[in-house]
Design a protein. Structure first.
Ligand code: NDP
Ligand code: MG
Length: 385
């Protein structure tokens, strides 16, 4: 039974997914209440959100912003805390029923682990958690009462398609990709792309890091890895297909050849609401798709020659161990450097590839191994820039 209102912790509250999550929570006070909100560094945005949503606690990861947060929010009766450990403690509070992991990158790992160990349900936006440590997280989930509801639109689509179906009847998961802003560009032109080009996503409005990941198609590689751990399908049964309109959010193919898909506008409100509602539908979560307005829904094979990051999904899932953790760390460093104009677009792949070749392989990483692999890969990738 779903408790109402359900108490939600939104970590990464100031970001693209975080703010949309808070809008949904705000629109249904009968169903949801934001009890914890947390952010990385943007303290003024967090203060603004706390004034509007009145959580019990606001947490900022950057400890240098603690005093500013305290001065603004304590007079309102809102508790404040700062630092990574405080973030992990906040998601485990007794008054939290579900944690929305909307932080970006590796920073999602520790609070997600803490939430799973505390038995909290997870609305998982932070795909990097499953990229970095999918096997480890799957093991923790097997021993916890936590349930994971995917927020990523493709995984939400697959999750929706799987409702009422027997997984044994499913042959393949087909993950759609928009192809990003460089889908039709030549390799030469892609090599000269600037951050401003890469940030111009044709269909989706998202945070900067995932927008660059979409341009390199690293995002799709990450989503294949994410699907592997969410749904338990091996890599050879997960396929990416380019669908430039971003209307078909993903599909499943059955043994009898039938394909089932979920369609909608490119708007994260629907998958966020579906995760918050534990697979119950929220009327009006998203504007209806006027299907007759879409005369052309097209599909094509992705081009790994122009987008080599795509191949890293299979590399990571073949090698397992700490490989995807290393890929993720190198990617985070490379993307930040590209956004700062310090490296070119194709250097992103080169840096990941060299880092993966250099950092020692660990076959069965424990949590400390992920921490050290992440640190070593970041340091090495930084040395290449
Ligand atoms: P944004 O960059 O818009 O927001 C990231 C959020 O994470 C901000 O609130 C930021 O806080 C916070 N944050 C950053 N570093 C830390 C840290 N060390 N500790 C705590 N919080 C931190 O990202 P998005 O909303 O676009 O993406 C969030 C996640 O959702 C990503 O994993 C992404 O892959 C995934 N996702 C996003 C989609 C989208 O449409 N945006 C679609 C599908 C998945 P601050 O800004 O204050 O530093
Ligand atoms: Mg996605």
């Amino acid at each position: 039974m779903v408790k109402a209102p359900k108490n939600i912790a939104v970590i990464g509250a100031t970001g693209s997914i975080g703010t949309q999550t808070l809008e949904i929570i705000n629109s249904r006070p009968d169903l949801y209440k934001a009890t914890v909100i947390a952010a990385g560094r943007r303290v003024d945005d967090l203060i603004e959100l706390a004034r509007r949503h009145r959580p019990a606690v606001a947490v900022i990861a950057d400890v240098t912003k603690y005093n500013r947060l305290r001065e603004a929010l304590e007079p309102l009766g809102i508790s404040v805390a700062a630092g990574d450990d405080a973030l992990c403690e906040a998601v485990c509070r007794d008054d939290v029923d579900m944690v929305v992991t909307a932080t970006v990158g590796y920073s999602g790992l520790a609070p997600t682990i803490a939430a799973i160990k505390a038995g909290k349900d997870i609305a998982l936006a932070n795909k990097e958690t499953l990229v970095v440590a999918g096997e480890y997280i799957t093991g923790l989930l097997a021993e916890s009462k936590s349930r994971v509801y995917p927020v990523d639109s493709e995984h939400s689509a697959i999750y929706q398609c799987l409702q009422g179906e027997d997984k044994a009847d499913v042959r393949k998961l087909i993950i759609t990709a928009s192809g990003g802003p460089f889908r039709t560009w030549t390799a030469d032109r892609i090599a000269r792309a600037k951050a401003s080009d890469a940030l111009r996503h044709p269909n989706w409005s998202m945070g900067a890091k995932i927008t660059i990941d979409s341009a390199t198609m690293m995002n799709k590689a990450f989503e294949i890895i994410e699907a592997r751990w969410l749904f338990g399908f091996e890599a050879d049964r997960i396929e990416a297909v380019v669908h430039p309109q971003s209307i078909v959010h993903s599909m499943i193919e059955f043994n009898d050849g039938a394909i089932k898909a979920q369609l909608g506008l490119p708007d994260m409100k629907l998958p966020i609401a579906y995760a918050l509602g534990e697979s119950r539908r929220l009327a009006g979560a998203e504007k209806a798709l006027g299907i007759a307005d879409y005369a052309n829904l097209t599909f094509e094979r992705p081009d790994a020659d122009r987008f080599p990051c795509l191949t890293l999904a299979n590399v990571a899932l073949d090698r397992r161990g700490n490989s995807a953790c290393v890929i993720n760390a190198a990617n985070e460093i490379a993307v930040a450097a590209f956004l700062d104009g310090r490296i070119g677009f194709i250097d992103i792949y080169r840096i990941i590839d060299r880092t993966l070749d250099t950092i020692p392989y660990i076959a069965k990483p424990d949590y400390e191994d992920y921490v050290s692999s992440n640190n070593e890969a970041r340091a090495f990738a930084t040395s290449l820039i």
